[in-house]
Design a protein around this ligand. Structure first.
Ligand SMILES: Cc1cc2nc3c(=O)[nH]c(=O)nc-3n(C[C@H](O)[C@H](O)[C@H](O)COP(=O)(O)O)c2cc1C
Length: 198
């Protein structure tokens, strides 16, 4: 049996912030369950916002030459993917949104050019989010955005891990039960379980 590899994109500009602490615990859970993971910090990448030029509708490639060009093949090769972001104004961060918008290339491939990757193994994607407030609907916008992005990337949606009430950098450390839940989330991804959020 081959190792499950989980590709993780973190969209927080705060290094070692709450999203990243959560992600580190997820990575520990992945490793403990025998999987492997790779973390990519979107804030450290040069990702120009989509300019809506329609270039990707011609041949399925993005005309903007920046770090996204290295990320496209990684996304195409991935079996499991996590998009992690704190909530900024009821959505994902600008870094995350720029990354997602540049995946319009994949949307064009799939829905305009009919270049579906037709994966032989199931590809599943997840959302991980942190918010300062405890509003019931605080993650709704981000989840919709990520679900739609994952569809364009040819992943089915496997669920989310969200933590409310963490604001200051590192505040999430005060919620050990959430960090334990993050480790279980990571393990559940490797074990391909449906109940990832518990
Ligand atoms: C520009 C900005 C907008 C934010 N908007 C929201 C929001 O709409 N709702 C919310 O609950 N928290 C909001 N927050 C708080 C962050 O989600 C919170 O501080 C989070 O823990 C940051 O995660 P990080 O440490 O991974 O960067 C916002 C923070 C910033 C800087």
């Amino acid at each position: 049996m081959h190792t499950i590899n989980v590709l993780i994109f973190s969209g927080s500009p705060r290094k070692n912030g709450n999203t990243e602490i959560l992600v580190q615990n997820i990575m520990a859970g992945i490793a403990e369950a025998g999987g492997a993971s790779e973390l990519i910090r979107l804030a450290e990448k040069k990702i120009h916002p989509c300019i809506g030029c329609g270039g990707c509708e011609e041949e399925g490639n993005c005309v903007i030459n920046d770090d996204m060009q290295d990320l496209y093949p990684k996304i195409t090769a991935a079996q499991r993917i996590i998009i992690a972001s704190p909530i900024y104004f009821y959505g994902v961060t600008a870094q995350t949104k720029a990354f997602i918008d540049r995946c319009q290339t994949m949307w064009s491939r799939k829905y305009i050019l009919n270049m579906r990757s037709r994966p032989t193994v199931p590809r599943v994607g997840y959302f991980v989010g942190v918010a300062a407030t405890k509003g019931e609907r605080v993650f709704e916008g981000a989840i919709l955005t990520v679900q739609y992005a994952l569809d364009a990337m040819d992943f089915s949606y496997g669920g989310e891990l969200v933590v409310r009430g963490a604001d200051k950098k590192g505040a999430i450390r005060a919620f050990p039960e959430e960090l334990a839940r993050a480790a279980r989330f990571g393990a559940a991804i490797v074990e391909s379980r449906q109940d990832v959020s518990r």
